[in-house]
Design a protein around this ligand. Structure first.
Ligand code: 8X3
Length: 248
C-alpha cells in the first residue's frame, strides 16, 4: 500500500532532499514549510501526490489549526520526519541574544513536540508508524559557543528516547538521526546571512550533503517491519567529533 510521509522544514536542505528521496519511493507527501512559494515549486517538481502545510512550528495554536484543517484523506500519516529546526548565532552563552535562545528552544524542541502531538494519535490508533527526529552531533557533544543549540539538540535526543519508550506498546518505530557537518543553509541561518562566514565552515574538507542524509533516511524507512534503526550518527570522513575536523 502507498505510504504517506510528512516532512517538516521541507523547503530546503535535508527536508527537501528527503522529499525527493521519498517521492522516488512512491510515497504521498505532506510537505511543511514557512515559504509557500518554495513549497509550491517543490510540489510541482515531484511526481507524487503532495499536500502542503504552511505554519511556524514554534506556535502551538498555528500547528493545531493547520492539523485541524488536514483533509481526511491525508490523516493517515505513516512516517513523520521532524526535520524543521535551526541554529541561531554562535558565541559565548553570556553574550547570546535571548531571542536566539527562544528561536532554538521553541523551534527545535517544542516544534517537534507540537507536530508529533498532532500525528501520534493516528499512529497509535493504527498500531503503526515511524517517527524520525533530526538531532545532531551537537545533541551528543556540547561545543564552545554552541551552548543553547547543543542543549536544544540534547533535548531532541531525550525526546527520541522517550518517544521510543512510550510508543513501544503500539509498534511505532522511532529513529534519532544525528548528523555532523552537512552543507545546507544551516550555517547561513546560524550566521544570520553572513555567507562568507557560513562558507568557511565547510572549507578544507568534503562535508556531507543533504542528499547523503536523505539517502540514509530512505534506507532507514525501508527496513522490514521487525527492524528499526534507533539511533544513527553520520559524519563526513574528515570529521571525528563535534570539535575535531581534519581540514586540508
Ligand atoms: C549541525 C552540526 O556541528 O554544526 O547540527 O552542530 S554542528
Amino acid at each position: 500500500m502507498q505510504r504517506t510521509a510528512l516532512i517538516t522544514g521541507a523547503t530546503s536542505g535535508i527536508g527537501q532532499a528527503t522529499a525527493k528521496a521519498f517521492a522516488d519511493l512512491g510515497y504521498r507527501l505532506i510537505l511543511h514549510g514557512r515559504r509557500q512559494e518554495r513549497l509550491d515549486e517543490l510540489k510541482e517538481s515531484l511526481p507524487v501526490e503532495v499536500y502542503t502545510m504552511n505554519f511556524d512550528v514554534r506556535y502551538r495554536e498555528d500547528v493545531e489549526e493547520a492539523f485541524s484543517r488536514l483533509p481526511a484523506e491525508w490523516q493517515d500519516i505513516d512516517i513523520l520526519l521532524n526535520n524543521a529546526g535551526n541554529a541561531h548565532g554562535l558565541g559565548p552563552v553570556q553574550d547570546n541574544d535571548p531571542d536566539d535562545w527562544d528561536a532554538m528552544i521553541d523551534g527545535n524542541v517544542k516544534g517537534i513536540l507540537y507536530v508529533s502531538k498532532a500525528v501520534m494519535p493516528g499512529m497509535i490508533a493504527r498500531r503503526s508508524g515511524h517517527i524520525l527526529n533530526l538531532s545532531s552531533v551537537a545533541g551528543k557533544q556540547t561545543y564552545p559557543n554552541g551552548t543553547v543549540y547543543c542543549a536544544s539538540k540534547a533535548a531532541v535526543e531525550s525526546i527520541s528516547e522517550g518517544m521510543r519508550l512510550d510508543l513501544n506498546p503500539y509498534g511505532i518505530k522511532v529513529t534519532n538521526i544525528a548528523p555532523g557537518a552537512v552543507e545546507t543553509e544551516f550555517s547561513l541561518v546560524r550566521f544570520k546571512g553572513d555567507d562568507k562566514r557560513a562558507a568557511s565552515v565547510y572549507q578544507g574538507f568534503t562535508p556531507l550533503s543533504a542528499q547523503d542524509i536523505a539517502e540514509t533516511i530512505a534506507f532507514i524507512v525501508t527496513r522490514p517491519a521487525h527492524m528499526v534503526i534507533a539511533d544513527i550518527l553520520l559524519f563526513p570522513t574528515a570529521q571525528a567529533s563535534a570539535m575535531l575536523l581534519k581540514r586540508e
